[in-house]
Design a protein around this ligand. Structure first.
Ligand code: BES
Ligand code: ZN
Ligand code: ZN
Length: 518
């Protein structure tokens, strides 16, 4: 996909497909929809007028109507794309609508398209400011690039359906032009990084082993100027990461402990250090507590948390916020074997805490326990982890919101602002100390699962919390945990998005990190 922004009147642009967004401006309850174009181009308004008046197009979000040979334009086709009610219009609907244009074009073999830059001033004489230029441009670039992603990498009949998209605007003001260009470039970086994460998640477990994840991460870091080390089992044992080591011990595939660093020269020495920690289980069989066969194939996506961190680091390396960031990815397989760890085993985490293993399928929290602690020893003051941690989060929240757990509401507040800005959904879940009973063990400091299936996502979070708080010799860290088990994989495609890996959390984590820049 190539996406660019161009100063050019949309009606005068020769293209096989010109997309224009339409909003429903009716405000009266139960009144028939009243679609209006989000453009000040009279030519486009005239071309669409009969169809808008006909009532067959209601401008609901994602709805399309294709017009061939539209009058008084140079486009071969005009595609009306609905963005919903004017009242609730935001850049997030436009991100989706831009994606709809791409996913409309792809199956029809249309390889080039243009989009008329949406203008809220088309709706009113007063400035509305619902669509700030920079963020609108950013959302459009994101929508276009994210929609270009497909999962059919291994099909012999895979066709190159990638699209070249041009966003056409008529903004004369130089300052606004600069803001739009900047937003568009940022959106391109962010969406390409999100697609990078999605590509990793889409890979099957036999291709994307921990070693391969290390290689691809290192290559990405080399390309964008990040420091990167990929450590083997020797280092994991040397660091006394007994929890991580226990998970990998049943697998013939070697584990990988990946450390990425972004260290801008001018970051204040006493400023925050952000630590991004990812669960990188490249395949989760459950181990000795083996999972049922149904849907086990999906457990290749159990490294989506680490992919989110790697994708965020890729974006951060290019956006260059003035804040130090380190990322720790703990990657291994979870396999049953004669050498595998077993229920009842007691292992010692890097922090010194002993853990009674109740269920080897609760492996994510084990690798993260050591990853979080390790990130603190590297100097992280603010930690975020992302993990496909529990099926329970999907039971609690459905598949729309990812779960957010924290030990510091101010840190979470900054994250929620970031997520809101970039259009990703997270919902805060309890993580207070009164839930700690669940992880009490009689034989060790803690155990890795609760004795009840109720509140399983919180139990997992309480386990992680043990590794970010009071630890001799280390200051407590502000911490956020994202449980993305319900949201990292989309089972059904959307009009703007392929089924498969969603790339959830890349945009929010990137934006949250930027909010700490000095
Ligand atoms: N990787 C799974 C969680 C998961 C489940 C991710 C469904 C995506 C979809 C995790 O390692 C796991 O198996 N968790 C167990 C925890 C239980 C043993 C306490 C679970 O959720 O069942
Ligand atoms: Zn598991
Ligand atoms: Zn898992």
């Amino acid at each position: 996909m190539t996406a660019k922004l161009l100063l050019h009147p949309p009606a005068d642009f020769a293209t096989p497909l010109l997309a224009v967004f339409a909003v429903d401006i009716s405000t009266v309850k139960d009144a028939p929809p009243s679609p209006a174009l989000l453009t000040t181009s009279d030519a486009l308004a005239n071309a669409a007028a009969p169809w808008l008046a006909s009532g067959e197009f209601k401008a609901t979000l994602g709805e399309t109507l294709l017009l061939h040979a539209p009058a008084s334009t140079k486009a071969e086709r005009l595609l009306l794309i609905g963005v919903g009610k004017a009242k609730s219009l935001s850049i997030h609907e436009l991100r989706k609508a831009a994606g709809v244009a791409v996913r409309f074009a792809k199956p029809r073999g249309i390889r080039e398209l243009a989009i008329a830059f949406p203008e809220d001033k088309a709706l009113a004489d007063e400035p509305l400011d619902t669509l700030p230029a920079e963020l609108t441009a950013r959302a459009l670039a994101e929508g276009l690039i994210l929609a270009d992603f497909d999962i059919d990498f291994y099909r012999a009949d895979r066709k190159d359906t990638s699209v070249a998209a041009t966003v056409l605007h008529t903004e004369a003001d130089k300052l606004a032009q600069t803001a739009m260009q900047l937003g568009f470039e940022e959106g391109t970086i962010i969406a390409e990084s999100q697609n990078f994460a999605r590509t990793l998640v889409n890979e099957p477990g036999n291709v994307l082993t921990p070693t391969e994840l290390g290689k691809r991460t290192k290559a990405m870091c080399d390309e964008f100027g990040l420091a990167c080390e990929v450590h083997s089992i020797d280092k994991i044992l040397e660091l006394k990461m007994g929890a991580f080591a226990s998970v990998t011990q049943g697998s013939v595939e070697p584990p990988a402990l990946i450390v990425m660093r972004y260290e801008p020269a001018n970051a204040p020495a006493d400023g925050p250090v952000i630590g991004l920690v990812g669960k990188g289980i490249t395949f989760d069989t459950g181990g000795i507590s083996i999972k049922p066969a149904d849907n086990m194939d999906k457990m290749k996506y159990d490294m989506a948390g680490s992919a989110a961190m790697i994708g965020a680091m890729r974006a951060i390396a290019q956006l260059k916020p003035n804040v130090r960031v380190i990322s720790v990815v703990c990657s291994c397989e979870n396999m049953p074997d004669g050498k595998a760890f077993k229920p009842g085993d007691v292992v010692t985490a890097m922090s010194g805490k002993t853990i009674e293993i109740m269920n080897t399928d609760a492996e994510g929290r084990l690798v993260l326990a050591d990853g979080l602690h390790f990130a603190r020893t590297l100097g992280a003051t603010h930690l975020i982890d992302a993990a496909t941690l529990t099926g329970a989060i999907g039971v609690a929240l459905g598949l729309l919101n990812a779960g957010l757990f924290t030990n510091d509401d101010a840190t979470a507040g900054k994250f929620f602002s970031a997520a809101w800005k970039v259009g990703e959904k997270f919902w805060q879940m309890p993580c207070t100390d009164d839930y700690r009973d669940q992880i009490k063990s009689e034989i060790a400091d803690i155990r890795n699962t609760g004795n009840s299936r109720y509140g399983g996502a919180t139990t997992a979070a309480m386990f992680l919390k043990e590794f970010v708080g009071d630890t001799p010799g280390l200051p407590p860290a502000n911490w956020i945990h994202l449980d993305i088990a319900g949201t990292a994989w989309l089972d059904d495609q959307k009009p703007w998005q392929s089924k498969g890996p969603s790339g959830i959390a890349v945009r929010s984590i990137t934006e949250w990190v930027r909010s700490y820049a000095k």
